[in-house]
Each structure stands twice: as C-alpha cells, then as structure tokens.
Design a protein around this ligand. Structure first.
Ligand SMILES: [Zn+2]
Length: 166
C-alpha cells in the first residue's frame, strides 16, 4: 500500500499518467475503478478491481501481469432481458511505446502500446476489458441454445455464393 501511495503521488494529478521510463520496478498496483469509458459494452454493476504488476524487461520494454475482476449488467441479445456479465480474467502482456505500433512484427505476446512517458494505466485496463468482454451476451440456457441456429442463418448467403463458385 505504501508503494502504491508513492506511486499515486508521482502520477500527475490532472491526467493520472506517469512516466514509465522513470519508474522503479516492479510497480505493484491494487486499483479500483468505478467507471469506464467503453461505450459498446454493458454498464458497470460492481467496481473494477485490478491487481497488476509492471516489471521491466529491457529498455522501453515492460511486462504487465495481473488479474481483473468486475461485473457488468448487459442485455441478452435474444430476449433483451438484463443479465449479469461476470468478467474475471488474468492478464499478461507486453508494453511498448506507441511509436513502435506500425512497424512491429513480433506477434508472440499480446502487446499494449502507449506513450511511455505519459503512461495511463486506466487506458490499459480499458483495453483489456474491451478485449476480454464476451462477443455474445446471452442468458444461460434457452437463449444460448438459440444462438447456433441464428448464426447459421446469418452465414447462409455466403454459403450459397460459395456453392455457386464451386
Ligand atoms: Zn435471454
């Protein structure tokens, strides 16, 4: 906790960013967020709990490991009822400077790109949540069972075109 307090003080008060290039590692954080700026997903029901550790691999190359935990309220895509979406996942990714995004061809690790000197940990959390949020939100049971049929229907036009080509 002391470490985190110190870390908070080193964060700029206005934009909550810090300079990753000048950090002392590993940086251990227990973070709690009560809001999130992702539009396309459900609304938050619980706080977002994030335990993350950022360690340095080499100059300008960092690793972020941790776990995230939260619950959203979202709408079932079949019956439109409100349902809970529990999100709980482990994260393990590499952090690189955003300048490298265009010419990076090493796809071994999941990579998060950001400005290292104005590093915003909230942005990393948001990216992780949007990547881990389920594409299909349905009630357990009946509504989930409907899904495969609908998907097949959706693909049918393409199937027909494929048949024509064959
Ligand atoms: Zn449903």
């Amino acid at each position: 906790m002391h470490l985190f307090q110190k870390f908070l003080e080193s964060m700029s008060k206005r934009n909550k960013t810090f300079n990753l290039r000048e950090g002392s590692f590993p940086i251990q954080m227990d973070l709690v967020f009560d809001e999130i700026e992702i539009k396309e997903i459900g609304r938050l029901k619980d706080l977002i709990n994030a335990e993350i550790k950022i360690s340095i691999i080499s100059k300008d190359l960092f690793r972020c490991e941790g776990r995230l935990n939260t619950t959203f309220i979202d709408r079932c895509q079949s019956c439109l009822k409100d349902i809970e979406v529990n999100l709980s996942f482990l994260t393990n990714l590499v952090i690189k400077h955003e300048d490298l995004m265009m010419d990076d061809d090493s796809n071994q690790d999941q990579t998060h790109y950001q400005d290292l000197e104005y590093f915003d940990v909230e942005q990393l959390i948001e990216e992780e949540i949007s990547l881990n949020y389920p594409n299909i939100v349905k009630c357990e049971g009946e509504c989930l069972d409907i899904n495969p049929l609908k998907e097949e229907e959706k693909n049918l036009p393409f199937k027909k075109i494929r048949d024509l080509i064959d």
